[in-house]
Write a new protein. Structure first.
Length: 418
């Protein structure tokens, strides 16, 4: 009678066996997963959609899905668009309404088993977490405790990380990204991968990881553990499973193969991750993030920022135009080449950070960076104009300056009058 009354108070759609329960923080949770899950999914963007699509593609594992996403703005979010095509129930509470959001029922009038969250952007209210009979899960695309926050994928690329990861954690009732860890996969990040490619590969790894946890929920619940500290090494406790034949389409093998798993047992010290200290918080993207500070950024930093921000807000700088005027034009760098370790400057020349030049017959514009190396640009766009290749930019702009070169700068205040 005790176990029946516990689960009835929790609003469970089924009663768990006593051996399948665990007492946690004043309440019982089920351990052994149901025959098929009834999932309430919270999400918004392309990363969320990968998880939603994967769950929908596993009807024997997940029998019912309803979706919670933000209200429509100028455009519907990606999650709502997919949910509409599959005729899933959709709920769109505002941030304020979410605090009073009543847990809905499935199409058949049953109670949900679990909440699955991916890139939702709001804390899930405690009354929802506590009502569900299973510990709800959150997919976060980083090796937690690193890169908590709203922009983990972009910030990993911006920082030039060579090792990344995927964490499936328990929903924390009060703070973002602090829950205990069900599963954590670790993978290599290629030196030249763009943020778009990284996002697609990580999203598919995350979708795969969510299915893995739902399928083996009891096993992962037993191994649930607190997040490591930022000073601890990262230990690869589980290798990313190879995709079965029928999974290769669901999880986009071409995308996930770009982020190969590290072997089980690998230990990565903090100073092996990147040259600088790894951030524990991935702050939200700002419109100024793509602005290049030529006096302080190295060629590698400029390249990493291009990989991170080429889609939004774009990698940009400023140029005085016309020459000898006070007018400044914003310039986007649309395509950059990976920097090499070779010096590409004449040490006898007094180069200025941001100096851009072009030699007839070359395929690239050459731009001076802070540490004395140059970054090569193959496509560029002046604000309000069409993109140009290096020769087009030279003919339209550089050739008008004395010495056929100018200096890009990081503010809208003209720095040079030629």
């Amino acid at each position: 009678h005790y176990y029946f009354s516990v689960m009835l108070r929790l609003g469970a759609s089924r009663v768990c066996r006593p051996t399948s329960l665990r007492f946690v923080v004043g309440r019982e949770y089920c351990l052994a997963r149901p025959k098929s899950w009834k999932v309430l999914f919270f999400g918004t963007d392309e990363v969320s959609v990968a998880v939603l699509k994967a769950m929908y593609a596993h009807p024997s594992l997940i029998s019912d899905i309803s979706v919670v996403c933000p209200p429509d703005g100028n455009n519907k979010c990606q999650v709502k668009r997919f949910a509409e095509t599959k005729q899933l129930d959709i709920y769109q509470p505002t941030s304020n309404e979410l605090a009073q959001f009543s847990l809905p029922k499935t199409k058949n009038g049953d109670a949900f088993d679990i909440a699955v969250v991916a890139s939702y952007g709001n804390l899930i209210p405690q009354h929802i977490i506590k009502t569900l009979p299973y510990k709800s899960i959150n997919m976060h695309p980083s090796c937690l405790p690193f890169y908590k926050g709203p922009a983990p994928l972009i910030r990993q690329i911006e920082c030039g990380d060579r090792i990344g990861g995927m964490s499936i954690i328990e929903l924390h009732p009060q703070k973002f990204d602090l829950g205990n860890v069900f599963l954590q996969w670790v993978f290599n990040i290629p030196f030249d991968i763009t943020c778009k490619e990284f996002e697609e590969g990580a999203a598919n790894h995350g979708a795969h990881a969510v299915i893995q946890v739902l399928d083996k929920y009891g096993e992962y619940s037993e191994k649930l553990s607190p997040q490591a500290s930022a000073t601890d090494p990262i230990i690869v406790r589980e290798e990313i499973p190879q995709l079965e034949a029928d999974q290769k389409v669901i999880f986009n093998e071409s995308a996930t193969s770009k982020l190969p798993s590290l072997p089980k047992g690998t230990t990565i010290q903090a100073d092996e991750m990147i040259s600088e200290k790894r951030p524990t918080y991935a702050r939200i993207l700002k419109s100024t993030d793509g602005n290049i500070d030529w006096k302080s950024f190295t060629a590698l930093q400029v390249y990493n920022k291009w990989r991170a921000f080429s889609r939004k807000p774009g990698l940009f700088t400023f140029m005085t135009w016309p020459p000898n005027s006070e007018t400044v034009q914003r310039v986007k760098l649309l395509s950059l080449e990976p920097p090499t370790n070779e010096e590409n400057n004449d040490p006898t020349m007094n180069h200025v950070p941001g100096e851009v030049s072009f030699t007839k017959g070359d395929k690239f514009l050459s731009i001076q960076t802070a540490e004395g190396k140059r970054i090569l640009c193959s496509s560029i766009q002046v604000q309000g104009k069409k993109p140009k290749d290096p020769e087009g930019f030279f003919n339209g702009y550089l050739s008008s300056f004395p010495h056929k070169k100018t200096v890009f700068h990081s503010t809208t205040v003209g720095h040079n009058k030629e």
